[in-house]
Structures are given as C-alpha cells and as structure tokens.
Design a protein around this ligand. Structure first.
Ligand code: APR
Length: 242
C-alpha cells in the first residue's frame, strides 16, 4: 500500500507568525540557543529556560493555523492511515487545524513533564509558576515538555518506522539542520521539498551543492502557496483520476 511520510519544521508555522529558528529573524538570532534550549543551559539557569518557554506558550494562544496546516489536516483525514506526519514543531497549530495523528518529535509547548516519572500533562497557555505538582507521582520537579539539545528524543523512532512503510517523502519548512532530510530523501524514489529558499548542503564533501538536488520535486514556495502543487503530486502518487 502506498503511504506518505511528511516531515515538517518551523517554516510550516512561519506564516502563522511563529518565528523559525535559523532564518534572519529566527529565534536563534535573538536568543543563545545553548542558554535556553540545552541541557547545560537548563542546569545553569532553570528560570531563564522556564521564562523562555512561558513566553512562547503565552504567545501561542493567539496564533492560528494557516492554509498549509489546514490542507495537511485534511489529507490526514482523507487518506486516513496512509499519512505519517512527523513535526519538529512544538506548537499546536496542526491540532488547531483538526489533526488527530500528528507526531511531535521535539515535544509540545502546551504540556509540562515530570522529571521524576516523565508523566506529561497539559498546561494550556498558562505560565509554569513552579507550584505545579505531577498528577501521577506528586513530584514537584516539573519542566517544559520540549526536547533540548543534548537530550534524547524518544519519538525519533517514528522516523525509521514511517520511512520503512512509506513510498513518498515530503519535507516542508525545515532546513535539515537537526534532522538531515537529504539522508531520508535518498531512501525514496518519490519525494517533495517545500521551501521558499534554496538551502545549500552543509558539507563541502557533499556530492550535491543544494539540498533540493536530493528530491524528485522542489516546490520553491512558502508552505501555503505550495499546497495545490503538492496535492496534485499526492493525487498522482495515489493513482487518482484527474
Ligand atoms: N514556508 C515554508 N518554509 C519556510 C517558510 C514558509 N513560509 N519560511 C521559512 N521557511 C523555511 C526556511 O527557509 C528554512 O529552510 O523553513 C526552514 C526553517 O528552518 P529552521 O529555522 O532551521 O527550523 P527547523 O528545520 O524546524 O529546525 C529544526 O532545530 O532549533 C531546533 O528544535 C528546534 O525543531 C527545531 C529544529
């Protein structure tokens, strides 16, 4: 059976007003990533990290899904059981768009996690105050439910699983700086890259100069504007009559 693996990144939510990480106006331009998103930073200054995610969580309440989120949620239900959508994003815009099966590889902003029993529980858009208690084990050592640099990402198991079961790979709005999309695309006969910017490969030893050279289709557009072309390729892939 033909199935589709989608890997999305910060670019998917850019048109909803959520900063990406590495674009000129990206988050990592305004914050030192190792201070606010690494194990060292967390050990050094828990309050600085907690404040960083509290700010992002409160900002999320007013953000709405864009056309790309909506289309991706629609194909999830139209092709139920044949779409693996893995996202690096910690926002809840896919859920706001109606997605039920989105897999968050780097955690979720609207949840907290117990450092003792790893129980994950919802906080909504509120700020973490330090008075939270784990609903499972009663422990008070509670943290944000976001995978930081230097930490393991247990949900990455879904990457190999969905690669094995899929026949079309779609990368949307990710630079590949953390999950190397070229290594995934190499395993697929059929693939689509969606990114308004042409990204150079990172190593000078790379046989290709640009990331898009690893892909069958390169839709050099913003996510929302790319959806019609993507839907056409998906329809062909599933052998749908025009
Ligand atoms: N539509 C599609 N793509 C876009 C758009 C848009 N409107 N705007 C920007 N992009 C592209 C950029 O050109 C870039 O290639 O989205 C990509 C965003 O890349 P990054 O900022 O590196 O974000 P991402 O790949 O998701 O980062 C991966 O790094 O910082 C960590 O944990 C964090 O999950 C994140 C991971």
């Amino acid at each position: 059976m033909k199935r589709i693996m989608i890997l999305s990144g910060a670019g998917l939510s850019a048109e909803s007003g959520i900063s990406t990480f590495r674009d000129s106006d990206g988050l990592w331009e305004n914050y030192n990533v190792m201070d606010v998103c690494s194990t060292q930073g967390w050990i050094k200054d828990r309050q600085l990290v907690t404040d960083f995610y509290n700010k992002r969580r409160s900002e999320l309440e007013s953000k709405n899904p864009n056309h790309a989120h909506e289309v991706l949620a629609q194909i999830e239900s139209k092709y139920r059981g044949r779409i693996f959508h893995l996202t690096q994003n910690i926002d809840n815009l896919m859920e706001k768009a109606g997605s039920k099966e989105i897999i968050h590889l780097h955690g979720t902003l609207t949840d907290l996690r117990c450092e003792a029993c790893t129980e994950v529980f919802n906080l909504g858009y509120a700020a973490q105050t330090g008075s939270e208690v784990c609903p499972q084990c009663g422990n008070k050592r509670i943290r944000h439910n976001v995978v930081m640099f230097g930490e393991s990402a247990p949900e990455y198991v879904h990457i190999t699983n969905s690669m094995k079961q899929s026949t079309l790979f779609i990368a949307i709005g990710t630079s590949g700086a953390v999950i190397d999309i070229t290594q995934i695309a190499k395993e697929f006969k059929h693939s689509i890259l969606i990114d308004p910017k042409r990204q150079a490969t990172s190593s000078s030893y790379d046989p290709h100069q640009y990331i898009d050279e690893y892909f069958e289709h390169f839709i050099q557009k913003k996510a929302s504007a790319a959806m019609d072309e993507m839907l056409e390729i998906i329809g062909n892939h599933f052998g749908e009559k025009k």
